[in-house]
Design a protein around this ligand. Structure first.
Ligand code: G6P
Length: 489
């Protein structure tokens, strides 16, 4: 019913699993309290002004569901900072199956090459039930977007949680211009083929429902087009470094784009200059001790981030190069993530065990080799960024990795970057980083040594180039570039 649709010209909708606001019950009365998040989508959408955009997201917890139910799904402006947000009250069973059971346990694993045993994955009847719920969860988003979107609106669908949405939405609303953005790597065909055939095809066709599918790097964009050719027999033009590829299948063409999200220098520098960050920096300096170099890592405790091998590489540095004993401290901040999944809980425990073992093996009364923090604290992360001599970013595979871009911007010591060649960021920063094979512990240890011993002028010159590249496409420009690419000329 076109007449009932919202009408603002040039309306933009964003759809993502995690929205810009989450709720918790706070205070003695247990009142629902909103907490606003940050990130590229938040700054991008807010740059369009208060009336231009609507964000459709899922309720992620019981508190979110209660808030969504209390407001009929449309969150009050006071909670969202004026952003129009529709939070979908999807049943806990459907949400859990779609988010934990399919998106995080299977799609995330396939794209990040995390299957390591001959026993996983198992696509049995229980999995089929989860897949059915993933479809239902995607339908709930497509339904809400179809309701919310004005005639001819632009809809930007985010990530592997919502792969089926473009296809479902395009069928219902052919007037819309739909983009899909993948924030993860994309698996090459040999790995994508792990998925049951029908599911793999449905995921590709879902994304191909978009007018344009975009990725963080050309490598992931090419892998997607290769999957489309191999699994669907589609006709593809491989994207170059800036994108500009295409996939044609069953008479329909989807353009392929690349937008390498960069760090938000203005925000980071302002935030890092505040008093709470200075306070945390003083605490950390005290903990590290005078005159010691620092190797800094900050991650969600995520299997793909390869934190354990990073710790083992630091240990290997101490074994191979005893001259560093007492002269370097590893600040390892690993914040719990996806704790509903047993394998993430086990990994979180393993990170702590390995850090403790290194401290037991090498620590002295006046020196703690590894300072591990597991409680998320953004001010303390920025304080560590400021004092980083070396940034360690060694994921097994990563869509981009913004920490690799943020530390050079904030470091006051010209941080040298030890970077996994499998991180998307390596495509842009590789020339000035020390690239490592993330599985190679000895090689990573050697790169840490080189990073620690980079001389002054070379360190400064590299740090300046890293900062320039890392900030080339800040979040607002990244977002607007996607919009421009979807709007007719
Ligand atoms: C990755 C995904 C994002 C996701 C983030 C945090 O970066 O690409 O879509 O929001 O991880 O994961 P979470 O499961 O906590 O939302």
């Amino acid at each position: 019913m076109t007449a009932e649709r919202p009408q603002p010209a040039g309306q933009v909708l964003v759809a993502s699993n995690r929205g810009p606001v989450s709720y918790t019950r706070a205070g003695a009365d247990g009142a629902l309290t909103a907490r606003r998040g940050g990130g590229g989508l938040v700054s991008g959408l807010s740059a369009l002004g208060p009336d231009a955009g609507t964000w459709v997201c899922a309720a992620l917890s019981d508190d979110d569901r209660a808030a969504a139910a209390a407001h009929g799904g449309r969150l009050p402006a006071a909670d969202t900072g004026g952003q129009s947000v529709r939070m979908l009250d999807i049943s806990p069973e459907t949400f859990d199956a779609a988010y934990n059971g399919v998106a995080n346990s299977v799609l995330w694993f396939v794209h990040h090459l995390l299957y390591q045993t001959p026993l996983e994955p198992v696509f049995d009847e229980r999995f089929e039930a989860r897949w059915a719920r993933y479809r239902a969860y995607n339908r709930a988003f497509a339904d809400a977007l179809a309701e919310e979107a004005a005639e001819g609106a632009v809809v930007l669908v985010q990530d592997y949680h919502l792969s089926l949405v473009p296809g479902l939405l395009a069928k219902r609303r052919p007037d819309l211009r739909i983009g899909h953005f993948s924030h993860t790597p994309w698996a090459p065909p040999d790995l994508f083929r792990v998925l049951p055939d029908e599911m793999a095809r449905e995921l590709l066709l879902g994304i191909l429902g978009a007018d344009r599918a975009a990725f963080l790097t050309a490598r992931w964009a090419r892998a997607f087009t290769e999957c489309c050719a191999a699994l669907l027999g589609a006709e593809v033009t491989a994207p170059g470094p800036a994108g500009d590829g295409s996939v044609t299948h069953q008479g329909r063409t989807t353009r392929i784009g690349v937008h390498g999200l960069g760090a938000d220098a203005e925000f980071l520098r302002e935030r890092a200059s505040r008093a709470d960050v200075a306070e945390r920096a003083a605490e950390l300096r005290e903990r590290v001790g005078p005159g010691r170099a620092t190797i800094v890592r900050v991650d969600r405790t995520e299997l793909s981030k390869n934190i354990v091998r990073g710790l083992l590489a630091f240990r290997r540095l101490l074994v191979d190069r005893p001259e560093w004993h007492g002269r370097v401290t590893h600040l390892a901040f690993a914040y719990p993530s996806r704790q509903d999944l047993a394998i993430y809980r086990e990994y979180t425990a393993e990170v702590s065990r390995v850090a403790e073992a290194i401290n037991t093996e090498f620590g002295r009364a006046d020196w703690t080799p590894v300072v591990l923090h597991v409680k998320d604290d953004f001010a303390r992360s920025l304080a560590a960024y400021r004092m980083a001599d070396v940034a360690l970013v060694n994921p097994i595979r990563d869509g981009m990795n913004l920490v690799a871009k943020e530390i050079p911007v904030v470091s006051e010591r010209g941080a040298a970057l030890v970077l996994s060649r499998e991180a998307g960021a390596a495509e842009e920063l590789g020339a000035d980083a020390l690239l490592v094979n993330p599985y190679d512990i000895a090689g990573t240890a050697e790169a840490l040594h080189q990073a620690l011993t980079l001389d002054g002028p070379s360190r400064t010159a590299r740090a300046e180039r890293l900062t320039a590249r890392a900030t080339a496409l800040p979040p607002t420009a990244w977002f607007l570039a996607q919009l421009r690419a979807l709007r007719p000329a």
